[in-house]
Design a protein around this ligand. Structure first.
Ligand code: FE2
Ligand code: FE2
Length: 301
């Protein structure tokens, strides 16, 4: 059962640029010592740009990946009920991708003229590698963990955004509310898929998958790299005094991976409960604690 496509339409009112888009804790710079000294105008603009960046991440990892992984699973033999469930899942992710892209175009038309990604630009070699592996989810079921981590976290983001629904931009609040309604079902579907495609894999091959999973998180999620720097640079380009301080801000971002608070803001028992509970079941995933520092194997925080 899929929803009426009309629910994914954006509200007609323009995006309110006098408001923050997301909770401040969801941004990278918030976790640096320099952030508290910034003016409201600068904090708000950084927050808005990060909101756009997080939307791009959702489109890239949740939806493009779901398309590749679910598309590949649907192309193979599946029980009819599972195939129907995955087809609905895929349909919803397609609607989400359109919705988040439309939100970014509405919030920042100049950044998204003729393209869907401004901040997230995966190097071609990495993209080819990810695509090649994600198209073979039976061999590389690690992508199911990427999916559940992203979807679990998007639920948390929606909850956090809804807590500030009277303060944040109404279009962002609307989109995250609509998204949340579908994602709880996706997390359940991911758990079923892990049961189907991770559990039966021999332990040595699960360990290989676990190593690849760690690489993906270190490369794309936990360390501010290319996209996080592009958010910073786009922001600084709007404030000449901050452009002059770019080396300082870069060094602040570079120090973030050592911050437990920063790691906890990305992935924690609170934000990705289903994914971490899933990790607990598999000894080869205990090493995820090296990339996701707030993960303590066995459920203790
Ligand atoms: Fe989604
Ligand atoms: Fe999803």
């Amino acid at each position: 059962m899929t929803r009426d496509p009309g629910v994914y339409a954006l509200p007609p009112a323009p995006v309110d640029l006098t408001r923050f888009f997301i909770p401040e804790r969801m941004t990278q710079l918030f976790h640096t010592p320099g952030y508290a000294g910034l003016s409201l105008e600068k904090r708000r603009r950084y927050n808005q740009l990060t909101g756009l960046f997080l939307n791009e991440m959702l489109v890239f990892f949740e939806d493009i990946l779901a398309e590749t992984v679910l598309g590949a699973l649907l192309a193979g033999p599946l029980p009819k009920a599972v195939a129907e469930q995955l087809a609905a899942f895929r349909w919803e992710e397609q609607r989400h991708a359109e919705m988040f892209k439309a939100l970014n175009r509405k919030a920042a038309p100049a950044l998204y003229r003729g393209r869907d990604f401004h901040f997230v630009r995966v190097p071609r070699a990495a993209r080819l590698l990810l695509d090649a592996a994600a198209r073979r989810p039976r061999l590389f079921p690690l992508f199911l963990w990427v999916m559940i981590l992203q979807e679990d976290r998007s639920l948390y983001y929606s909850r956090e955004i809804l807590k500030l629904k009277d303060v944040l931009d109404p279009s962002f609040v609307h989109v995250y509310r609509v998204h949340m309604a579908d994602e709880a079902g996706h997390v359940r579907a991911d758990l079923d898929l892990l049961e189907r495609y991770w559990a039966p894999v021999p332990a040595p091959w699960r360990r290989v998958n676990a190593r690849m999973l760690r690489w993906i998180f270190g490369e794309f999620f936990t360390v501010p790299k290319r996209a996080g720097l592009r958010v910073l640079e786009t922001w600084a380009a709007e404030f000449p005094d901050e452009a002059a301080r770019l080396p300082y801000w870069r060094s602040q971002l570079a120090a973030l991976p050592a911050s437990r608070d920063y790691h906890a803001s990305l992935f924690s028992r609170e934000s990705v409960p289903a994914a971490f509970a899933g990790f607990d079941r598999w000894p080869e995933l205990a090493g995820m604690s090296r990339e996701l520092r707030a993960y303590v194997p066995g459920g203790v925080r």
